[in-house]
Write a protein that binds this ligand. Sequence first.
Ligand code: TXA
Ligand code: MG
Length: 334
Amino acid sequence: MNEPLKKTRVIDDISLAAAALNEGLLVAFPTETVYGLGVDATNPAAVARLFAAKGRPSDNPLIVHLADFDQWPKAASEISESAGRLMRAFSPGPITVVTRKNPKIVDAVTAGLSSVGIRIPNHQLAQSLLKECGLPIAAPSANVSGRPSCTTWQSVLEDMNGRIDFVLKGDICRIGIESTVVDCSCSPPRLLRAGAITREQILEHIPDLISWQAQDPDDLIPSPGLRHPHYQPRAVVVLVQSLYELTALPSDDLRHAAYAGVVSPMADRLLETFPQLSRLMMHARFATIEIYMREFYEFLREADRKGAQRIFLQLAPDSGLGSALRDRQTRAAG
Ligand code: TXA
Ligand code: MG
């Protein structure tokens, strides 16, 4: 079962993908956030193979995906009041709620925890696949563990060719970063991972929401994923406030560097005043935070493909959607 495969097939046949999941095979598929790597969450051998394919540490639990909210008993044994409120408000959509696990879900999926994260993706192909296979599907992001997530099927293949069975082909993911994760198994509920459903939006439904923060290193970590490196390209990532911070760099450094930020009149003026900035090997300025977010992981991957030594990222503001992007930027910088 653990032997490497010869070839991964890129397909657009949903019935074939659903049948493969029922046979315990590994199928990557698009969602509105990032591509997921799906497996039957009730099949222990298949789940073990998924952890191996990703190189995922066994203490980092997976999210279980369902076609609609009525299916929650397939993954959970109970839906807390807060979990129900968030699911009704934001599902299908880019949110994961952590609640009490159903024993039918393999223990390895939840890394031995008694809780499970559940999510209903808002994406037509993902929905059809989940409906047709009829299973609770455990699906981490479809990248090699530690690398930037994948928002295109080509990037999935770049990381996973020969390690998984199928890639269900879709367009570039609309949102571009992973779902918001809220632990609703405790009171008050805790925000474990920022995402496109913002803290401000959640507070409208759960006014006592708190953020998880380590008080001391011995604290039990509620989202074990936070312990491991994430989203890191091979190039060194440097966070900057603006393009101005690059103007002091020698031309040779610029030639091997990439920059991503947002459009601004100040950036336009800097480019006029410091012509050496045009030496950057990659230079992207996005019109909005939404677009920056959608293009973010692919930018990191493209910089790696081009052999960039350093990637300079203009930090997103710490509010609204910006908080989610800023979290990924900070973790990409290690
Ligand atoms: O948007 C997404 O959520 C994507 C798509 C494919 O749905 N999936 C995704 O999965 O980002 P992954 O495995 O890359 O991240 C799952 C996160 C981790 O930070 C993990 O620690 C947390 O969810 N998580 C999962 N189950 C949990 C649980 N029972 N308790 C606490 N945290 C949990
Ligand atoms: Mg991931």
